[in-house]
Design a protein around this ligand. Structure first.
Ligand code: TA6
Length: 294
């Protein structure tokens, strides 16, 4: 559906469609609470700017906007597995959802934008389950991102997932992440060792941690911007915290060498022991709610 048809069929006083980065279709939400841009590619939230505040999300200056590629930044939708496929390393990292084009559909009551993904020949060739994904976004006092996964088959399947949010910060050494104190995490940089820390998270090196069995909201306190980003969630039992630091940043072609200083990932996830099993005919909802704490 081209932009003219999208606007004719779905635009509203707060929703319009325009050409975005890479000349690709973008949905733009705008109201008294602020604005948010969502690429139809990957149902990928690219920006969220609360009224009167700095952008909440970060996107790399070197992000790539191409079919089959994931956009570096914003909120990649990772499904039906997080990070590497559990048993087949030849599979695409973070699943099949973030690299495909989603369809705009009618949102449910009180929600502002809805996108849908169903199996394609490509996805079926690498993951043969019958599913339907629906991403709904609501721009209010918080930006609410709701990922609903439906099992359309006659057998249960396991689904890992993440709303892999990249946040805009002043400087990596000016922030701390709160809410995961004394919570078990899997350290992806130390042979999946499990550990806990009593203090809020501060950053002086690469961090790549999957915190498990936690439903806590996280706070990103940013002394440089004098603000706190709240990352609340529902339907999620894992939270991933990641900063690539300079070494990994330099090894990623779609990530500027020094961009690691202005971002942090706090990801609303179900991974490892928190992967969910969806029964035939049933759904699972994963939701992230992003806001600036007054
Ligand atoms: O967010 C944690 C993580 O699994 C890191 O290990 C890093 O690989 C990151 O995701 C980005 O993954 P991507 O496939 O988007 O490069």
């Amino acid at each position: 559906m081209d932009l003219q048809e999208l606007n004719k069929r779905f635009s509203s006083p707060i929703l319009s469609f325009a050409e975005g980065p890479g000349g690709r279709p973008l949905a733009r939400l705008q109201n008294e609470y602020g604005s948010a841009d969502v690429a139809l590619h990957g149902a990928h939230v690219l920006s969220y700017e609360p009224a009167g505040n700095e952008p909440v999300l970060w996107v790399s200056q070197k992000a790539i906007y191409e079919d089959g590629k994931a956009i570096r930044g914003g909120i990649p939708v990772c499904w039906p597995w997080f990070a590497d496929h559990p048993s087949d390393s030849s599979m695409p990292a973070h699943g099949i959802a973030r690299t495909q084009s989603w369809k705009v559909i009618e949102p449910r009551a009180n929600r502002h934008l809805a996108l849908q993904l169903e199996p394609t020949d490509w996805s079926h060739s690498i993951w043969p389950e019958k599913f339907e994904l629906r991403l709904e976004i609501t721009l209010g006092p918080a930006l609410e991102i709701r990922l609903e996964a439906a099992n359309k088959s006659n057998r249960p399947f396991q689904a890992g997932a993440a709303l892999h949010s990249y946040f805009h910060i002043s400087r990596i050494n000016a922030i701390t992440v709160h809410g995961l104190e004394n919570t078990t995490f899997i350290d992806k940089l130390d042979n999946d060792r499990e550990a806990q820390e009593a203090d809020p998270i501060s950053f002086d090196r690469e961090i790549d941690r999957i915190y498990v069995e936690t439903e806590a909201a996280c706070l990103i306190r940013d002394a440089g911007l004098n603000r706190t980003i709240r990352v609340a969630k529902e339907g999620s039992r894992s939270t991933v915290v990641w900063n690539p630091w300079i070494g990994k940043a330099r090894r990623m072609g779609d990530f500027g060498d020094d961009e690691y200083v202005s971002m942090v990932c706090v990801e609303t996830t179900n991974a490892e022991r928190d992967v969910v099993t969806i029964q035939p005919g049933e759904n699972h909802v994963l939701m992230a709610r992003l806001s600036i704490d007054s």
